[in-house]
Ligand binder design. Sequence first.
Ligand code: ADP
Length: 620
Amino acid sequence: MKKKIRFYQSINTKIVFVIVLLLVFALQLIGANFITQIERQLIANFQEDRQVQMNFLESTIMPFLEQEASDEENEIDPVQEINSLIGEFSGSGITDLQVVNEDLVVIGTSDSTQQSIVGQLSDDVDVRQALFTESTVPRQVIDPITNNRRWKVVEPVFSEGDEGQFLGAILMESNIESVYAQISQITLIFLQSSAVAIILSLILANMVSRALTKPIKEMQIQTRQIADGDYSGTLKVYGEDELGQLASLINDLSDDVAEAQESIDAERRRLNSVLTHMTDGVVATDRRGKIIIINDMGQTMLEMSEEEAIGENLLAVLKVEEEITLRTILEKQDDILINANQDGVMTILRASFSLIQRESGFISGIVCVLHDVTEQERIDEERKQFVSNVSHELRTPLTSMRSYIEALADGAWEDPELAPRFLEVTQNETDRMIRMIQDLLHLSRIDSGKSSLDLEIVDISEMVDHVLNRFEMLIHSAEYKGKDYQIEKKLLKEAVFVEVDPDRMIQVLDNIMNNAIKYSPDGGTITGRMEKRQDTVIISITDQGMGIPKADLHKIFSRFYRVDRARSRAMGGSGLGLAISKEVVEQHGGRIWAESTEGKGTTFYLSLPYVPFEEEDEWV
Ligand code: ADP
């Protein structure tokens, strides 16, 4: 996010660079022009000065050259005069002054080292040229010895008058180097002041650009803070200019963003709390099915933490990759059932999908809502099982009855021996069906809460004793002849008053006793016990029969459940007895359970709540 601006990229540097570049450019232009002008002017001045000197020399020397040319004897020697003139003139910048006569013979020179050329024919090209062109020959030459620049002027001298006879020439060489030195000096001064100007402008430009970029820099810092979510700062507005306006706009923007962010945060918090407190699991994914949100319930249901889930594929997490693809979900959002494991308990979850769609129709994700339907599925399964059980239970006696009735219709009714037997079987089967339907009706009444108890305060000790006595008689009847059953009573001697519906409670005890006899095919002792706890009375009936496997112990109270279906049915059981007993006991606020060892015997326990009566109450 944060990007350091390199030195050469900053506006500051750019502004300074441009200003200085402009200045250098301007100075270059001015300097070049100015120095060239100066140079030209100085050189022109110098040349003019030399020309003035030359003109003066020419006019002075001309009469002597005329004399020299005329060969007339005079008291004054023109050569000598010329030489003294040359002597007077030389100096003050003039390095060499030569005079040649009409035959181009050197008459005199100011250069003391060149005195040997006096009287010799001049070999100077410019002198010859001046003679031929009959005009001044000005030229800049380089001194071969000192390498200095010299200004050389050769002036031909003509006699006065119309013909203008060539009398000779004057050669003047002067040192122009001083002019150049002067130019150099000026250039140097110019360069120095330019340098100072550049440095000053550098400082000034820096200051100006800093003043300009300071608010920009502040805005940069502020916008970065806004981007980072810190809306606390306020920009200083320096003026009414564009930057000032921009700064106040940024301040406004910051406020707006802060407000918007706050409402988004509030919305998110609301959503989060809704998601957190939902009893359904919610999982949201991006458009590729990768999980981006999972609520607490979702984590519990899928047994994974948020960290583990985020970024994972939804279908992989639901373990349905093989059955369903993302494409199918996107095309139609059918619910699916998945098996999950919650704290070691198998659960069934219904996963419903919906799409997160933008206004444009673009699908940006999927929301999956997980609902625990274990209980629902269990009830559904139980209901199906129940219907199947009832149908099955009714079909068996009906099938058997039909075959007997068919046999009777086919002629067995005429058989005096078979007919009564067949009719008895059908009667028994009908009785069994009626019993079963009565049981079912009873259960249905309990289920719908329509079965109310006729409560009475009874002495439960007496009631149990009474039931056991009845069975005592039964086992000694002809039906159980040959089987060795004994009934032992370890009941409480005192009366225990409990509020029960006597008919129902006797039905429960009968059922338990019946089972004890039924499932003890080899006989044995059946013991009835009673025990009084603080506010419960516990009745138990123990047999020495076949027992119940451990795995089936908790299922025997379910409707239609029988450990050994064939045997139980053969014994006339329907599998509803204990289910009804359980409902009845629970209606009384009691509990029923069993303990058993396979092959050894079973004990059924019945606990009923009771309120101990005070001594006095009993006598009232
Ligand atoms: P049923 O009409 O089949 O006896 P119950 O609801 O009374 O139905 O009992 C359910 C099942 O529990 C029986 O089928 C039997 O397998 C088992 N059971 C009940 N009592 C005993 C017992 N005393 N000893 C062994 N098994 C028993």
